[in-house]
Ligand binder design. Structure first.
Ligand code: 5GP
Length: 117
């Protein structure tokens, strides 16, 4: 197993506000939220970036997205809306090299993707 901060959270070596866990993933609140709701969905299989996920592991990504949608339904913001994001490498601002899906919600989120913003 790799040794990122997210692996330490999975192994309960450092604390986090965990909102969901199953055999495939763990989900916890981001320590520096960028929206009123900001939850990270992290698979238990190790992949540093999206580039490292082979076609035969596509279900790993699909399960993260479905879990995020289920969480949105449970928490009641599925209809008001939410955004899921996966950053890959430097230009996207990836800082933790274990793949993770950001779920952002709880307010109008505006536009995204503008260079340098
Ligand atoms: P990235 O920039 O790699 O897509 O996202 C990494 C995210 O992890 C950031 O939004 C950052 O705030 C969050 N993060 C970094 N360290 C910790 C931590 O120790 N605990 C939690 N809960 N989130 C963290």
């Amino acid at each position: 197993m790799s040794d990122t901060i997210f692996h330490k959270i999975m192994q309960r070596q450092i604390p986090a506000d965990i909102v969901y866990e199953d055999d495939d993933m763990i989900a916890f609140r981001d320590i520096a939220p960028q929206a009123p709701v900001h939850v990270l969905f992290v698979p238990k299989r190790d992949f540093a970036t999206l580039n490292d996920v082979p076609a035969d592991a596509a279900d790993v990504i699909g399960k993260l997205a479905v879990a995020a949608a289920s969480y949105a339904k449970r928490e009641g913001f599925d209809r008001s809306g939410y955004r899921i994001v996966m950053n890959c490498n430097g230009d996207a601002g990836q800082t933790v090299f274990q793949i993770h899906l950001h779920l952002l919600a709880g307010a109008p989120l505006g536009h995204f993707g503008t260079p340098g913003r």
